[in-house]
Design a protein around this ligand. Structure first.
Ligand code: PLP
Length: 370
């Protein structure tokens, strides 16, 4: 199998090299390469505008804003979360010395099921950490009502939700804080990178201190901070990618439309539709394989695709609650998470990125439609 005949599940959005070179020349001339330089400031301003959020703080990846959000809100005790995510979501809870409490998901979205949250609340619960999985919006109104009733904080892992809007409003404004990842595999990337979205200037100041060791000025450290600053090169790279992200999302939408049209009559294969009033970002295209109807198991299809150079991903399998670190938790019991197990055992994320051409899409579909 030739390397270049493989169709990968994702492909990074890359800036124009000449434009990037021009920006690098500016950075070299200024000799300011990190610590809130001019490209860092420009990217924060441009992202706040693009994402329709009041305040945003850049981070060096998408995991550190999760860790820092829990720190900033002084979360302790138990945190209610979803097992159906990338493992960093639960790691952030653990690294803060808190106990993750897994709640099952709603099969209609893949997100934490609001109907099951209240039953998981104990006197030690202090926060809810949901994920907008695949960019599908959580039921943020219901979750906020529950949080308000019990005095809980809400932090959204919005790593998949770059640019997602509900009724014209950014999904990132829900909850107390939201975090983003700008990793190479995401819709918008700065190679490695991430951000946190907050509601007010006071919180932004606090977060900006925390991501720079807690320094408020040259001589004052106001808290036990961390180092999670984004440098000037990746900020410049991000500014250039932001100019092309709408075109990339539109290209992804076209891929999703082709997939849906071709798969709509395939027995045993299901997928998500666009939700009314939602601007989706098409960050992933998960399909769900029902083995008895489709005539092949998920893994049989997955490995058949792989053999032919069509690389899907089983996101999210195994569940976070199945990893050795977490499987001993009472809430990790399989009986507690039937819908999450069902989804994890049936999912394949198909190749989904801006660079797929007609031939690639046909090759992916050939694998599934016999
Ligand atoms: C990618 C991702 C992260 C971690 O982001 P990094 O930038 O890789 O640190 C966290 N949560 C979810 C749901 C993710 O998909």
């Amino acid at each position: 199998m030739k390397m270049d005949s493989r169709i990968t599940v994702t492909s990074p959005l890359l800036p124009d090299l000449d434009e990037f070179h021009e920006m690098l020349k500016d950075i070299w001339a200024s000799k300011w390469i990190t610590n809130n330089g001019s490209f860092h400031k420009k990217l924060e301003a441009a992202l706040a505008e693009y994402l329709k959020v009041p305040y945003i703080s850049l981070f060096t990846n998408g995991t550190l804003p999760l860790l820092t959000a829990l720190q900033a809100l002084r979360i302790t005790g138990e945190v209610i979360t979803t097992p159906y995510s990338f493992v960093a979501t639960t790691h952030a809870i653990w690294w803060n010395g808190c106990r993750p409490v897994f709640v099952d998901i709603d099969p209609a979205t893949g997100n934490i099921d609001p109907d099951r949250i209240e039953a998981a609340i104990t006197p030690r619960t202090t926060a809810i950490l949901p994920v907008h999985v695949y960019g599908n919006p959580c039921d943020t109104k219901r979750i906020q009502m529950i949080a308000d009733k019990y005095g809980l904080k809400v932090i959204y892992d919005a790593a998949h939700a770059f640019g997602v809007e509900v009724e014209g409003e950014s999904l990132l404004n829900a909850g107390d804080l939201s975090t983003l990842s700008f990793h190479a595999t995401k819709v918008f990337n700065t190679i490695e990178g991430g951000a946190m979205v907050m509601h007010d200037a006071e919180m932004k100041k606090r977060i900006d201190y925390l991501k720079n060791f807690g320094f408020a000025n040259e001589v004052e450290v106001v808290g036990p901070g961390i180092n999670s600053k984004m440098d000037e090169m990746r900020s410049a790279y991000g500014l250039l990618n932001l100019k092309q992200v709408d075109a990339a999302i539109e290209a992804r939408r076209q891929v999703a439309l082709r997939y849906r049209e071709a798969l709509k009559d395939v027995e045993g294969i299901t997928f998500f539709q666009d939700l009314p009033g939602v601007r989706h970002n098409y960050s992933y295209f998960p399909i769900f394989v029902e083995a008895d109807k489709y005539g092949m198991t998920r893994d049989e299809l997955y490995f058949k695709m792989k053999e032919k150079g069509v690389l899907g991903r089983r996101y999210f399998y195994p569940l976070i609650s199945s990893f050795s670190t977490y499987k001993g938790l009472p809430s990790a019991a399989k009986e507690n998470l039937p819908q999450a197990h069902k989804m994890a055992e049936s999912v394949i994320c198909l190749p989904m990125h801006h660079g797929l051409n007609d031939e690639d899409i046909s090759r992916v579909l050939e694998m599934i439609v016999e």
